[in-house]
Design a protein around this ligand. Structure first.
Ligand code: DHB
Length: 310
């Protein structure tokens, strides 16, 4: 009964990986699909051609489980690799095919390929990668966001959603929601990492990752409050037929519960999946079930969006 639906896609569990974690190779994707406790898998954001990504070190875990910083730089096997993977895969679990072109044209080209392919999953257009030098996040450019969605929905008929960066101002929640509501989006996924944080190694006084002089996307516990605010703010503003994937700061069942309270339909795990591995899904689902049982709830529908204000 821990289930969710997006359009005609049914999810028997609400947890899955966040794009970028455990999803670059077919072995990793298979591992997420094989878990009894995942409802779906999302593929590493693809670019048209294979990319090695940024130089290492490009991922770092802060002490005490505070979170992570990364500047991977979109290492991926290239669009065709993921297309071949999803085409050959036989699974009842929905697959999210994530794309992150380095230009509008690259994204439109990949969307045409997805439209013309037999792929029958969902598509996540990533507008929020902070880690490619010289490429600003489209999600912070409202005009560019509206433009790419206008061009995409002129031909794209499959279930499409967007991965958004975190917003920090009420006006920005209002503005992005007004744009998104103009389109027949299947879902929005909020949040990507908080972009361009900086972490310092205290013994050596140096940055902890090499790309972009140490600047990178922040994930994990540090971003939970921002993630919940974005889920809540967008659920309040978006058409009800646009579902919400809550991502950010999930390390416990309580964190999953909080995302659902704020209105999330599905919940993704990024940093904690990288830290803990595939067994994180079993632990989180069991912790969530305990909370629901203790509170006397039988279905997530009793909880979803039911955050109380005083
Ligand atoms: C990368 C990071 C992101 O947050 C994202 O959305 C896409 C790619 C990366 O650095 O690889």
């Amino acid at each position: 009964q821990l289930t969710a639906d997006i359009q005609n896609y049914h999810f028997n569990h609400i947890l899955l990986n966040a794009a970028g974690v455990m999803c670059q190779t077919s072995t990793e994707l298979d591992a997420v699909l094989a878990s009894e406790y995942t409802g779906a898998v999302v593929t590493k954001s693809a670019t048209p051609l294979v990319r090695p990504g940024n130089p290492a070190p490009r991922y770092y875990e802060l002490n005490n489980g505070l979170g992570t910083i990364n500047s991977m730089g979109l290492p991926n096997e290239g669009f065709d690799y993921y297309m071949n993977y999803v085409s050959a895969k036989e699974t009842y679990k929905p697959i999210f095919f994530s794309i992150a072109g380095l230009s509008k044209q690259e994204n439109i080209t990949m969307l045409h390929q997805l439209q013309d392919a037999d792929f029958d999953g969902l598509i996540e257009l990533n507008l929020s990668c902070p880690n490619v030098p010289g490429k600003p996040q489209t999600g912070y450019d409202f005009e560019a966001t509206e433009q790419i969605l206008t061009e995409a929905f002129a031909f794209f008929k499959k279930p499409l959603g967007v991965k958004l960066p975190p917003y920090f101002d009420i006006v920005h929640f209002d503005d992005i929601a007004a744009i998104l509501n103009k389109f027949p989006l299947a879902f929005v996924n909020t949040i990507n990492s908080i972009g361009n944080g900086l972490v310092i190694d205290q013994t050596t006084d140096t940055v902890v990752i090499k790309p972009k002089a140490g600047f990178g996307g922040i994930g994990g516990t540090l971003v939970k409050a921002t993630a919940l605010a974005n889920v809540r703010a967008l659920r309040d503003r978006l058409n009800t037929n646009i579902k919400i994937i809550g991502t950010g700061g999930v390390t416990t069942g309580r964190d999953v519960y909080d995302h659902i309270l704020c209105g999330a339909d599905l919940v993704e795990v990024g940093s904690q999946l990288a830290i803990e591995g595939i067994t994180v899904f079993e632990r989180l689902e069991k912790e969530l079930t305990e909370i629901l049982t203790k509170k006397g709830y039988h279905s997530l529908d009793d909880v979803r969006g039911q955050l109380k204000i005083i």
